[in-house]
Design a protein around this ligand. Sequence first.
Ligand code: APR
Length: 245
Amino acid sequence: MDFLPLIKLLHQTKHVTVLTGAGISAESGIPTFRGKNGLWKKYRAEDLATPSAFNRDPKLIWEWYDWRRGLIAPVEPNPGHKVLARWEKIFSDFALITQNIDGLHWKAGSKNIVELHGNIWKMRCTEEETIIENFDSPLKEIPPRCPSCGALLRPHVVWFGESLSPSTIQKAFALSSQCEVMFVIGTSAIVQPAASLPLSAAEAGAKIVEINIDPTPLSPYADFSFKGKAGEILPLIDNELRKKP
Ligand code: APR
């Protein structure tokens, strides 16, 4: 793989934005959604990740999120996550937008993160809308209840049929349309509005760098496409970047 043209560009770049999806956490052992053994291959999203499913049976939904938290709790960020945490310190203007709710970017040390779809370690009161951080795995109580008003708590994640918070999506589009280079890593680039972010970046003149084991609908628009695992390719790019220009 020839990284040189990209490295040359990155040495002249100040503003980098990165969009990640489930693929960046695959090498940490977390299943993706649509890949082989993906979550949506085994489970019906409409039965487990919609507001109506939650209203129908909050206990079932919380059992499923407790299971997913149990999968995520013991795993560590991989070299892909760690390179992005390092890049936050080397580029003067760096932003990380993630579709992932696993919290591994925080665990890797990234600070400037926009979580489009929420975070599995956060819960929200269905009455007061207050957000509570909770890392218990397994959960002590299913379904968990709000410590202040006793109402049902729900996972602080975005379910199908729900819209993203307007401030979050506004920030994500601003970070996309202001960057010079946008990395798109480990996403099937089909779920909206996230899938539109790279296109708005390209429209604003940014160079698009895609890293994925498979082609995606975004691939034809990418200026640089690296086919392979994020946890292997990001360290290779980073090694080249560390070399003096
Ligand atoms: N390195 C790079 N890419 C990878 C790797 C890897 N090690 N493993 C898998 N991929 C790629 C797959 O080829 C696929 O394109 O990651 C992508 C994962 O796609 P999805 O499973 O569709 O996940 P994502 O794009 O993050 O889904 C978007 O959909 O289900 C909802 O809310 C959920 O945030 C999620 C959203």
